[in-house]
Design a protein around this ligand. Structure first.
Ligand SMILES: C[C@H](O)[C@H](O)[C@H]1CNC2=NC(N)=NC(=O)C2=N1
Length: 103
């Protein structure tokens, strides 16, 4: 699956990170965490992200804590590298974050 997708170069990753404040790359993972004012808003955002992931056919690892979620994503189908698919999902997540009352 997604065999046609290429890993992004370091320069491409830097350029795309510049458009996504709060997101970072560690090794071959694109990551962010969000903090909330309680558990339900954090859980609700996880469900909203799940909906987007099913729409895109691309899925991050989501860790739900009491008042935070931790997100990490790469593209499994090409050996766990960072691709435009990961940044596309990150963009979509970032676009819903304010509406979920992240602090
Ligand atoms: C068929 C389906 O689209 C693929 O298995 C998708 C599902 N979600 C995925 N998510 C991630 N992060 N990487 C993938 O390679 C991937 N592949």
């Amino acid at each position: 699956m997604n065999a046609q997708v290429e890993p992004l170069s370091g320069k491409e990753i830097e350029e795309r990170l510049a458009e996504l404040p709060g997101w970072s790359v560690k090794g071959e993972l694109l990551r962010r965490h969000y903090l909330f004012h309680g558990h339900f808003p954090a859980a609700a955002m996880v469900l909203h992200i799940a909906q987007i992931q099913e729409e895109l056919g691309h899925h991050a690892d989501l860790t739900l804590g009491y008042n935070r979620i931790d997100i990490a994503v790469n593209t499994h189908s090409i050996g766990d590298r960072i691709t435009h698919l990961d940044f596309g999902l990150a963009r979509r997540i970032e676009d819903i974050a304010a509406g979920h009352g992240v602090r």
